[in-house]
Design a protein around this ligand. Structure first.
Ligand code: NCD
Length: 355
């Protein structure tokens, strides 16, 4: 079946398309065996991850000199991207913006629906279609789960599709955060994520970063996961089912102390109380899920501590000075690996490897 036939056969209407299994949807978001729309962590298989990590490393190395930076800046200087971030964002927005600038991509942005024609009643779908008239790529963060995917589906049906990158979709997914988290683990463990024990701590129910990162774990052999959360905010069943299907062992516990000493990586998260409908968070004592300075003595000597940030109280700032606290490096890694992803989508990754 050629691409056009595939598109028409599987994309008839959004309702039926949205119900398909991820594996059935992926061809629709892929071109020439490469990611076209980056929407789900499930799109990132091991070969692709390692390719992106190597591209990010090569780009970092290449841009250390002015000459190298000038070459990088010219790679995609004929492209324009739109950042449509209508949910609060600091790191994801800035790292994408600066990743675009490294590659020479020109950028425009909307960060608030009150400054777009959506206030006049234009649908978000029409708004996004309008952006695509002016740019070559849309990077977006949206509060509604599934909206980024719907946008990509819609764009692929027009005569001027542009790649869509998911910078966070509701409580659902944050694939490029998982990408940078895995890149950070890869760099911290000298390329060996296989066999590691990773503890994810906090609001696992509503945190999209831990959901996307869990999906990525299917790429590694012998990884064990420990989910540490208050009982109200346990990891959702769809993720637990996914892990069972892929034979990835996991435990669930409320006792942070019981897993601290075993973990090779501790991934802390913030309580996601912006999703509260009935003040659920107020009823929860979150303090047993804080990483305190005294815990530094209880973790392995080469355990790494990650956090997607922003943090509130989950990690005592006194922990920042410890060499095992790598969240500041993690956020910087995001810029490089997001640049690598865009270079891949636009097909200039081989030029980076060549340099
Ligand atoms: C995360 C997010 O937005 O999901 N932040 C980020 O992208 N670095 C995590 C969070 O807000 O807690």
């Amino acid at each position: 079946m050629d691409r056009t036939q595939l598109m028409t056969s599987i994309s008839a209407d959004w309702e039926s398309f949205s119900k398909l299994e991820i594996a059935e949807k992926l061809p629709y978001f892929t071109r020439n065996e490469k990611i076209y729309d980056c929407l789900f962590a499930q799109q990132l298989d091991r070969g692709r991850l390692e390719h992106l990590f190597r591209t990010a490393d090569a780009l970092r190395k290449m841009t250390k000199t002015r000459e190298g930076m000038n070459i990088a800046n010219s790679l995609l200087s004929h492209k324009r991207a739109m950042l449509y971030f209508v949910q609060p964002s600091t790191r994801t927005f800035l790292s994408f913006l600066n990743a675009c600038h490294i590659l020479g991509i020109k950028t425009s942005e909307i960060r608030d629906t009150t400054t777009s024609s959506e206030v006049k009643g234009e649908t978000p779908e029409d708004a996004v279609r309008t952006f695509s008239s002016y740019v070559d790529m849309i990077i977006m963060r949206h509060p509604a789960p599934g909206f980024v995917e719907k946008t990509a589906w819609l764009m692929n049906r027009t005569d001027r599709p542009v790649p869509i990158i998911n910078g966070g979709s509701g409580k659902d997914q944050h694939p490029t955060q998982a990408l940078l988290d895995a890149y950070t683990l890869y760099k911290s463990f000298d390329g060996e994520i296989d066999g590691k024990t990773i503890a994810m701590v906090g609001d696992l129910k509503r945190g999209r970063t831990v959901r996307s990162l869990s999906y990525l774990m299917k790429n590694y052999k012998g990884v064990k996961l420990a989910f540490v959360s208050p009982k109200q905010f346990r990891m959702e069943n769809d993720i637990l089912e996914f892990l069972r299907r892929h034979n990835i062992p996991f435990i669930e516990t409320e006792d942070f102390g019981s897993v601290m000493g075993e973990a090779d990586a501790i991934y802390m998260t913030r309580i996601q109380d912006e999703h509260d409908k009935a003040g659920e968070s107020k009823a929860v004592d979150y303090s047993p899920f804080y990483f305190k300075k005294e815990h530094l003595g209880a973790i392995k000597k080469d355990c790494v501590i990650l956090h997607p940030l922003p943090r509130r109280f989950e990690i005592d700032p006194a922990v920042d000075e410890d060499r095992r606290a790598i969240y500041w490096r993690q956020e910087r890694n995001g810029m490089w690996v997001r640049a690598a992803l865009m270079a891949h989508i636009f097909g200039v990754d081989s030029a980076i490897a060549h340099e």
